[in-house]
Design a binder for this molecule. Structure first.
Ligand SMILES: Nc1nc2c(c(=O)[nH]1)N[C@H]1C(S)=C(S)[C@@H](COP(=O)(O)O)O[C@H]1N2
Ligand SMILES: [Mo]
Length: 257
């Protein structure tokens, strides 16, 4: 434990000192040596991304929790960012209560599987009241009900080579075509796959039938309307290889808060 702390302190001090004294490039090289480089690194902008990600990873312990609130603090209004897919497929899935929808789980797992919504609702459930902050400057507090992504990962059995969990929504705007979490956030107890909100079914505009809730990161990481989850060793061959579609469109991959 104290070993870990002092190593962390050393690395953080090292990163900060290197950034200040000898330039960002050296800090970035140091970060790379310790596996602290996010998938969207590269170029000048990338050095900034590396410092943010690496510093957060070193400063926050593996199990640091986002704050949870009580029911009286739930916001009266929960704004929406991004409408449901404007497709015939989505309309007919919604009309059928998502009885024909399935979540596919594949990639570096021992038991690839697909689950109906009814099956997912049989998993041990968890409800958490957390703050969801959008990078556009607004936020709200809401209760999410679902199951920890960790439960699903245990069920399908991830390979030791697994480094990222990748999420694909049903057709979504270009910034939200796909996303990923590193294993630290994927196994985090508050990383939830949610089918309920504020005690009701998850409304379609908030991501039905199933959405991700990652309370330690900004709202854009919490992809809505999921249809497939795949476990990979590298995101190099997905999209432009930057870890999600947000950096393909001028955002960062990591949205830690
Ligand atoms: N599929 C999909 N997921 C998405 C989005 C989207 O447009 N489509 N918007 C993102 C952004 S920017 C935010 S802040 C949250 C908003 O979630 P909400 O609409 O439930 O408030 O969802 C994220 N997930
Ligand atoms: Mo957002």
């Amino acid at each position: 434990m104290s070993n870990l702390v002092s190593r962390r302190k050393l690395l953080t001090t090292g990163l900060t000192a290197a950034a200040g004294a000898s330039g960002l490039a050296i800090a970035a090289r140091l970060a790379e040596r310790y596996g602290l480089v996010p998938p969207d690194h590269g170029g000048i902008y990338g050095i900034g991304q590396t410092l943010t990600y690496a510093t957060q990873r070193l400063l926050t312990s593996h199990h640091s929790l986002a704050r949870e609130f009580d029911r009286s603090q739930i916001s009266k209004v929960a704004p929406v960012n991004g409408e449901p897919p404007p497709t015939e497929l989505y309309r007919s899935l919604l009309a059928g209560g998502f009885a024909d929808w399935r979540l596919t789980v594949d990639g570096l797992v021992e038991r690839p599987a697909s689950f109906s919504l009814a099956e997912l609702k049989q998993f041990p459930s968890r409800s958490q009241i957390t703050h969801q902050a959008c990078e556009e400057g607004w936020s709200f507090i809401a209760e999410s009900t679902g199951f920890p992504l960790a439960y699903l990962l245990n069920l399908v059995g991830t390979s030791p080579r697994a480094r990222y969990v990748v999420f694909f929504p049903l057709l979504s705007p270009r910034r939200y075509k796909w996303g990923s979490l590193d294993m630290l956030d994927a196994w985090h107890p508050q990383t939830l796959l949610a089918y309920g909100m504020n005690g009701e079914e998850l409304p379609s505009r908030h991501g039905a039938p199933l959405r991700l809730r990652v309370p330690r990161q900004l709202g854009f990481k919490s992809l809505k309307h999921l249809s497939r989850i795949t476990v990979v060793e590298s995101v190099k061959n997905i999209g432009k290889g930057l870890g999600s579609s947000s950096p393909e469109n001028g955002f960062s991959w990591y949205g830690g808060i």
